[in-house]
Ligand binder design. Sequence first.
Ligand code: G1P
Ligand code: ZN
Length: 543
Amino acid sequence: MAILTVATQAFEGQRPGTSGLRKKVTVFQQPHYLENFVQSLFDVLPDAAGLTLVLGGDGRYHNRAAVGTILRMAAAKGYARVIVGCRGILSTPAASALIRHHAASGGIILSASHNPGGPDGDFGIKYNLGNGGPAPERITDAVYARSRDIDRYCISDQPSPPVDQPGRFQLEQMTVEVCDPVAVYADLMRQLFDFDAIRALFRSGFRLRFDAMNAVGGPYARALLEGELGAPAGTVVNGEPLEDFGGLHPDPNPVNAEDLIAHLFADDAPDMGAASDGDADRNMVLGRAFVVSPSDSLAVLAAHARLVPGYRQGLSGIARSMPTSGAADRVARALGIPCYETPTGWKYFGNLLDAGRVTLCGEESYGTGSVHVREKDGLWAVLFWLNLVAASGKTVETLVRELWREHGRCVYSRHDYEAIPSARAEQLMRELRAALPGLPGTTRCGLAITLADDFAYTDPVDGSVSTGQGLRVVLADGSRVVFRLSGTGTEGATLRVYLERHEADPARHDVPVQQALAPLIALAEDLARIRHHTGMDHASVCT
Ligand code: G1P
Ligand code: ZN
């Protein structure tokens, strides 16, 4: 029944990346490592008296241990109440919804998202604000600064309460409320979507295959799709959250979800396929023998949003991350609403959503979301698609092809070069950055370059400036190549090369993507000398 003050020493490298602090589980298992980071956060946050904190994670290995430690530290910080998901589980969008629902002061989310889990896998932690969204840079920078000279942390000496069943417990002066992780989220979905129409769709024989990738999306998808919307049992596969995701890489893209792709391209394929990632904020959507690119998905949802009850009033605006294709911009133009271009990472959408400037947002990295929470939301996107299919009577493929016919196709691909020695990746970026000023007005590989810069963003709401957000090279016809280093990886560096070209001619919409982008792929190699710097002659993953 006492608050202990424990002496500690600072660890190197506790700098949050694109989405919180991510490291190998073995790094987090070092004595005091998690405690140091949590205390650094608590030291940056104001006094917690009377405040509520939300806590939960994607159920990966180390989740349970971390929940226990954080509860004991939250009691020491003086929170009045912590709301924690049963078994320590909360999907990232559900955590965001809970923060908003309970008007909590913030939340701690334990996840390394789409990174592999298990004792040799990754773990992560991030803090979300009272709006339900990821903390902005000014806070993550302050936490990092604090982590560099921290010398003590505070923790209750009481054991942390069990979190296996919903219930209420006392830990020091703090109440711990263990809640059903699905209920508040499910209620929100009921308010947004036409559940009757989706029910009727399933009743008519429409078949969906939802691959939860043995991750936290399973319980949510089962409860809503099979439980409430009448999809037949077995619609949700890999639906049990496992600590190591059953050895799968819970990143829904055509490489890691190849089993789902195979089902959707089989003779007896279902009408629609979908998958979500480790913490259920990402989504992949497929039609029968048809892969929907995430950038197109955002554009389709935007174009037809009025068919969905929660968006019947129309959209105030759309936001997309800079490397995401311009498909949404074209839809926004047609709708007469603004489209904002932000740096990569969901935290940049928060201000625009809070200010009511945008309703929908998305990233090329399989992230789509809206003003209903302040995170991207995998199951929400799938329900949105189901609602559109039900309300329009059109297939997934038809909805995308109509988008292309009306606006042209933004042919798009991302090439990832993984596990490059960091020094080499940095050298590549340094050289390319240095070459940028000389590029506009020149022709390389037969392509005329009109703009080359290091993307910087001024937040239109609070005026904050974020620099160094990706090197972009834009051609006279609007085609682009963008280069950036991942801020979520834990092994060496990952170079991401984003390629985009607009194809107006419907006769050319079925040219294979890599073929259609071949001149840009050659340009990327010419500009960045990827082979030379990385020693790799092809990308690890192309999405
Ligand atoms: C990646 C994606 C980015 C997304 C983030 C978190 O970050 O590219 O769009 O917001 O994961 O899911 P990166 O590794 O590129 O820094
Ligand atoms: Zn995720």
